[in-house]
Write a protein that binds this ligand. Structure first.
Ligand SMILES: Cc1cc2nc3c(=O)[nH]c(=O)nc-3n(C[C@H](O)[C@H](O)[C@H](O)COP(=O)(O)OP(=O)(O)OC[C@H]3O[C@@H](n4cnc5c(N)ncnc54)[C@H](O)[C@@H]3O)c2cc1C
Length: 357
């Protein structure tokens, strides 16, 4: 009987978790390596399709450890449901606080080398390590970095009961002027309530006027995005400017939600990066999710494209006797769609960044 095939996945955020589940479903033994311990995680809102966890795992609704309702959900809700499914899967080992320094391969195997010097071997290594992927450095050494798109997004979430507004939105809202675009989205309350006045309001404010701040904070270095501005790293003067602008630019309850988040210092500024891939695979390495393609969030499709990567990878590998041939099939299936996704957002990015330049 042939030995069980194995994969190391670098990164256990949404793409890494989904890919672990689709690979496990076709009988691959998966080791997930994640540098964080899940504290200090950030995330915006995502559109979740019907029966997400059932679809990835093949389990029935009754068997899924923590189902998730379809529609707009927070990153944390999606992450929580996927984590529960991972914990229930004996084929998957999740190792947190394990940062990968680099990856390498020969004709017979691939391996990840952690920052503590440990080598973890497998038949394939999947990079699900986001927009600054270390695996991408080996898949596309000629083009390893995502590029700063010229603007950031401020994101926050407020509880409707704390806002005292008179009217509540029914649906997602796009607001603002040429230089400031706001995407507002009602989210279920922490108790799951979807009744107006009892939910949460998420907001994402596109702002191209903060590039000097991003550079002085080291969040953007040259054309490379290094990190987000976390709440404590945002200067008080910037919070005050944002509060003043929000009052003038956006109607209630969105302005109330922003002011509430500012008052609690619960705002994150994420510089936006973009990456159009030329390759998704090299030998025993493959990329999924934001490691593979980084679109502006304006496309609203980063998550659904990551789900398609996870599914396509499992289909391609399961149909191939030689796992390396399976990876090439994965690239053939996904590359064109991944490139179009990112390119579809670049028109917006260029004109938005140029307006404020
Ligand atoms: C501000 C913002 C708003 C967004 N809004 C939307 C939206 O509205 N709709 C939508 O569909 N998508 C949206 N997205 C995109 C979406 O969140 C991602 O496409 C999706 O979550 C997939 O991310 P990922 O798991 O591939 O990468 P990431 O979430 O970046 O995860 C990468 C993981 O790899 C880990 N890692 C990195 N390097 C290493 C290493 N060397 N060793 C070990 N671990 C490592 C990280 O700690 C992290 O856990 C948004 C993104 C941002 C930034």
């Amino acid at each position: 009987m042939p030995s069980q095939r194995s994969a190391v996945i670098v990164g256990a955020s949404l793409s890494g978790l989904m890919t672990a589940l689709t690979l496990s479903r076709i009988g691959i033994r998966v080791t997930l390596l994640e540098r964080s311990d899940d504290t200090g995680r950030t995330g915006a809102a995502l559109h979740v399709p019907d029966g997400l966890v059932e679809r990835i795992t093949g389990l029935s609704s009754a068997e899924v450890p923590q189902p998730i309702t379809s529609g707009i959900q927070t990153w944390f809700a999606v992450h929580g449901a996927l984590r529960k499914a991972i914990e229930a899967d004996a084929n998957i080992t999740l190792r947190q606080n394990t940062a990968v320094r680099t990856v390498d391969q020969d004709l017979n195997q691939a391996w990840a080398i952690t920052t503590s010097g440990e080598r973890i071997r497998a038949d394939v290594i999947i990079g699900a390590d986001g927009h600054r992927s270390v695996v991408r450095r080996k898949v596309a050494p000629e083009k390893p970095d995502a590029t700063f798109a010229g603007y950031l997004i401020w994101i926050g979430i407020a509880d409707e009961p704390d806002l005292g507004a008179r009217r509540w939105p029914r649906d997602v809202a796009f607001l603002g002027d040429d230089n400031n675009t706001l995407l507002g989205y009602p989210l279920p309350g922490l108790d799951g309530s979807t009744a107006a006045g009892h939910r949460r309001l998420g907001w994402a404010w596109y702002d191209a006027s903060r590039n000097a701040l991003l550079r002085s904070a080291g969040a953007v270095d040259g054309s490379v995005v290094r990190h987000s501005l976390m709440p404590a790293g945002i200067p008080n003067a910037t919070y005050q400017e944002l509060a003043l602008q929000a009052r003038g630019l956006f109607p209630s309850p969105w302005s109330d939600a922003i002011l509430d988040s500012i008052g609690r210092r619960a705002v994150i500024g994420t510089p936006i990066a973009e990456y159009v891939p030329d390759e998704l695979v090299r030998g025993r390495f493959a990329l999924v999710g934001d490691a593979a393609h980084v679109p502006t969030p304006m496309t609203g499709s980063g998550f659904s494209e990551s789900l398609q990567d996870a599914e396509a990878l499992a289909v391609a590998i399961s149909g191939a006797d030689d796992i390396v041939v399976g990876l090439r099939e994965y690239e053939a299936t996904r590359l064109r769609s991944a490139r179009s996704l990112v390119q579809s957002g670049q028109g917006f990015s260029r004109s938005f960044a140029a307006r404020a330049a």
